[in-house]
Each structure stands twice: as C-alpha cells, then as structure tokens.
Design a protein. Structure first.
Length: 355
C-alpha cells in the first residue's frame, strides 16, 4: 500500500490492523486493564485536573462572553476573537476549544461559533474561543493556517487571564474551518506553520511564542485531501464552482500548485504524535465527499492515532443536532478530562442544517 508517496509495507499494515481495535476501545471507554494486557496503552492526554464524574449530568452555568478580543495582527490588521467563559468554572484551569468557522475560505464570521460553543461552556468545564481569520483571494493559503496557529498560541499566552489550562487545547472547525483545524492538528508546533502573524504581545519583555500544538481535533465535514476534493467535482457547473473556490486559495490552478495543495491536505501529514480526532460527516455530502473523512480516519488509525468517525446518516453538507452535540461533548470529556465515557461511532441523525 502506498500513502503520501511512501510504501508503508506489510509490517505497518499488520501493526495498524492490530492497533485499530485497541484505539477504538480506548475511545469507547471499554479498554480496561485486561483488554489492554500485552499491548501498550494508546497515547492519551494526561489531565491537569480531576475529570468530571462520568454519571454526573452537566451543571448548567451562565456563559460570559467577551467580544472582539485581538488575538494577533496581520499586516497591521487586527484579528479578533470572542471568548466564552462559564461564570462558575468547575476548576481553576479549564480546557479551551478554539472554533474555526466555514465559508469556503472566502467568507463567514466568528459569530458561527456561537452556535456550538455555549453548550460546551455551560457545562462549566470549557472555555470557548471563536475566531476570525483572513480570507481569499486577498490572503491565499497558508494565511488561514497561520491565523489558526496564532489563535492557539494566544490562548496559551492568555491562560492566566481566562483560566485556561495551556496543556489542554482543542481545535474545532466546520467545512473549510474543519480543513484548517485538521491541518493545524497534524502540523501544530512544526516550523513551517509558525509564520506570521505573531501573537499579540502583552506587557513585559518579548518571549518565544508558545506552541500551536493542540491536544484534540474536531472536524465537521472539512476536506482532508485537497487534491481528491478538487477531483471530486464531476459536472461542468461543479467544476467551475470548485475552481472558483480553490484557485483563490492556492493562488492559481490547482494542478500547478501540487506542493501547496499537499501542504493543505491533513492526510499527508499524519504521524503517531498527532492528537485524537473526531470526524463527523454527512453520508450524502455532495460538496465534500464522505469518503475523504473515511480515508482520514483510516490514515489516523494506521498511525496509531485515536480517531472516531461519526457518519451523519442520509445527510448532506452541514448539520446540527442534539445527539451530535452529545458526541462532541463526550469526545472532549474523554480526551481532555480523561473521563470514562463512551464515544460512539454509530451513525447519527441530524435535526437541521446550519442557520
């Protein structure tokens, strides 16, 4: 089998097959000492605070919103975020979830994060951050990745101000935001994505920027293989729309930008050090095919990275639903709090399309 231009070999294939049940058991909360006997425990994030009780219902609290916080500057332009915090946090330091909106890399608003983050923050267990980032065509790739990385670095730098645990940060994106989130998840902390803009500087002497590495990734229907995404358009109308979407992102025809296209494809950067992933995707998505998330899920498991793929049954691009929200919360509690909760990969039904 070849993947990313490399022959992984029979040894890698057998290792991936053996590891997959253990990884799924870990995420489903079923892997106890006996289940893991004779095999190393899958990589996980150690919490800095006790996890919430598995049987306890979320404790509703009020959500405090601070809007228009500058997290970085790009070419003199401020990049803004909204920060959502519980008025009664469950611990002195909480995990943070950075949200990246969709919009084909050319439109959208950080307001879209207000559809998702309040229910997480209202548990008292999370701080939510929804960000604006630069759009095409004025700012081609990787400007969007740089902005997302800057937001994570800023969250770490502002940990004391907002009660954030800098060792527990997740990134969550939908559609184009999911693509950015996934690339950040598999490249965060690398030299290449750490370009401009720098994090907004606070008082005191300048220091080395914090890392942009994250501890969990959630991708709602975002493309993880940009070449395959481009090739998925099959009608003249779809091809024209795809070119209008991706040529501004890559600064020219996609076939002529192979290196840049690859850099924007999370599936080509997967390695065993990547954080756990939750991939949620409509099975009838006609814009971003479901098979792209299925391939990403397989690549993650093949690298021994915990991953859950949740199909949204008979649904297209973009979705909302109470059960989807519960899967997200279970995944974050499992990974960032190490709570003994199940993260089901059973298909889920959506209730509506995004507002």
């Amino acid at each position: 089998m070849t993947w990313g231009g490399r022959d992984l070999g029979a040894r890698r294939r057998s290792r991936a097959i053996a590891a997959a049940p253990l990884l799924l058991a870990w995420l489903s909360g079923c892997a106890g000492p006996q289940a893991a006997a004779g095999a190393p425990e899958p990589r996980a994030i150690a919490p800095a605070a006790p996890p919430p009780a598995a049987s306890a219902a979320p404790r509703p609290v009020s959500v405090v919103v601070e809007r228009g916080v500058e997290y970085a500057r790009a070419g003199g332009q401020p990049l803004l975020a909204d920060v959502l915090r519980p008025d009664r946090p469950s611990a002195a330091r909480l995990p943070a979830v950075v949200y990246l909106h969709g919009g084909s890399w050319r439109r959208g608003s950080r307001e879209q994060g207000h559809e998702f983050l309040p229910q997480l923050v209202a548990t008292g267990r999370y701080v939510g951050i929804t960000i604006a980032y630069r759009f095409t065509p004025a700012f081609p790739w990787p400007a969007q990745l740089h902005d997302a990385a800057a937001a994570v670095r800023w969250a770490r730098a502002a940990a004391d101000r907002y009660g954030i645990d800098p060792e527990r940060i997740a990134v969550w994106g939908e559609s184009s935001g999911g693509q950015i989130a996934s690339v950040l998840g598999v490249t965060g902390g690398d030299a290449a994505p750490e370009g401009d803009p720098p994090p907004a500087q606070g008082p005191g002497p300048a220091t080395r920027p914090p890392s942009s590495r994250v501890q969990a990734v959630i991708n709602f229907c975002g493309p993880t293989d940009m070449a395959a995404f481009f090739a998925s358009a099959s009608t003249p109308e779809a091809i024209a729309e795809m070119r209008g979407r991706l040529e501004p992102l890559f600064g020219g025809p996609v076939p002529e930008r192979a290196d840049l296209v690859r850099s924007a494809s999370a599936i080509h950067h997967v390695d065993p050090q990547d954080p756990p992933f939750l991939l949620v995707h409509g099975t009838r998505d006609e814009l971003v095919p479901f098979r792209l998330s299925a391939a990403m899920h397989g690549a993650l498991l093949g690298a021994d990275v915990p991953s859950v793929l949740v199909p949204v049954a008979a649904w297209g691009h973009g979705f909302r639903g109470a059960e989807i929200d519960r899967r997200v919360l279970a995944f974050l509690d499992r990974v960032l709090w190490r709570a003994p909760l199940a993260v089901s990969s059973e298909p889920v039904r959506a209730e509506r399309t995004p507002d």
